[in-house]
Design a protein around this ligand. Sequence first.
Ligand SMILES: Cc1cc2nc3c(=O)[nH]c(=O)nc-3n(C[C@H](O)[C@H](O)[C@H](O)COP(=O)(O)OP(=O)(O)OC[C@H]3O[C@@H](n4cnc5c(N)ncnc54)[C@H](O)[C@@H]3O)c2cc1C
Length: 445
Amino acid sequence: MTPSALLSQIDLNRSPWWDDAGPAEPSPALAGERAVDVIIIGGGFTGLSTAWHLLRRQPSLGVALIEARRLGNGASGRNGGQVLHWVNGVGTTEPELTRRVYEVTDRGIRQVEALAAEGPDDLGFTKGGALEVFTSDSGAADAKAWVDRVASFGIDLRWLDGAEVAARLGFKGAIGATFDPHTGQVNGVRLCRALAQRAEALGLQLFEDTPALRIVEGAQVEVHTPNGVLRAPKLVLATNAYSHLLGYLGGAYVPVQSHMVSTAPLSPAERAAIGWSQLDGFTDDMDRIAYSARTATGRVVFGGGSNAAYAYQHGGLTAFAGDPSAGHAAVTRRLHECLPGAAPLPITHRWTGALGLTLSRRPAFGVTGSHQNIFYGIGYSGHGIALGQVGGEIIADLVRGEPEPWADLPFVNAGAGLWIPPDPFRWVGYQVFTTLTGRSPRVKR
Ligand SMILES: Cc1cc2nc3c(=O)[nH]c(=O)nc-3n(C[C@H](O)[C@H](O)[C@H](O)COP(=O)(O)OP(=O)(O)OC[C@H]3O[C@@H](n4cnc5c(N)ncnc54)[C@H](O)[C@@H]3O)c2cc1C
């Protein structure tokens, strides 16, 4: 692939997280040839966390990470900000597995919390909890039963009735909500930079503005970039929804675009008008899920909420082609429906990001390639902030040949799940599925 063809699919991050993080001096681009022990492609949570955990476990390793643009350019720097428990596609009926999945994702949340507490960087992290709001009697009854079940497994999750929800959030039509008090929100761009600083202090060789154009497999993998080549016995693909552009994992996931909008930082009066207090974020109960967080800088970011808020583009494009304004308008409408008090607030940012979705919604961590030396973590759906941190630990252990700590997880070394046919079948399937689920409640857990 030519540099311009690849970069046309890795568009620039236009989110408020990027603007709120402020400028940062870029690392140099790769020039010349280098041999290392592990190459990582991708400067989001997965790549940076893998680098950090690899070097913490084995400081003598030579690790090089290349990022096509700047750290946090992908989903990690343009998401909904909520640092959440749970892994999509893994059920919660079996007590031991439910506790384990909670514990694994809680580990990711605690890693973010610890990084934020250590400083010196301000990650914009807060830990004020999240709601999943229910708007129908049957959905609320199911969700309450679910809270009772997981609480019986020892997990601290609470049910709030309509009045208790109203005390935290002015969500129109809320009958009740699950409340997870141990979740938070974070600025992903700052989190990426903090992970990079920690890894660089341990010896990471970091290159920005360095797109991987071609991978040559072998006992020594070669990664070709515009002005240099990296060689190593092991490669980590931390390229999420962009992986198929390099010829990998294309049948395992679908790159789905999610449109988002953000308000300006709210004044206390504006916050009171939308009834937002003691809370970091929320989601609703629809299949085409709406999600929102209040940033540490005081903005409300909001995404999803209808078919028009999401898109799969024919050909697996990862940059949104054409005019995204209809998507952003649909997101804004849904924001105003959910929080009527937000209607007068100006929208300062409109942006779009690509999620990697597997058919089972389950993520996949594993190894591929003719020499079984290309490691990956993909398919986190909208739960990649906490999972991306632990994902780095999982991949670091897979790279080091020590998968045992994670062997009980159904998404580690378990294959990438159901194969997804290529276009045009994929595109047609997406249209049919979304037409059927456009305004329907989410499937039960
Ligand atoms: C709009 C949106 C909202 C979301 N909301 C939430 C949320 O509220 N909570 C939550 O937990 N999760 C959320 N997610 C999911 C979460 O952000 C992702 O799962 C997570 O960031 C994935 O991290 P990653 O490092 O695997 O991928 P990415 O952050 O996408 O990183 C991949 C990186 O690889 C680089 N790259 C790609 N190809 C190449 C190449 N050829 N050469 C070099 N570099 C390359 C890209 O530039 C990019 O920086 C959201 C995602 C989106 C898009």
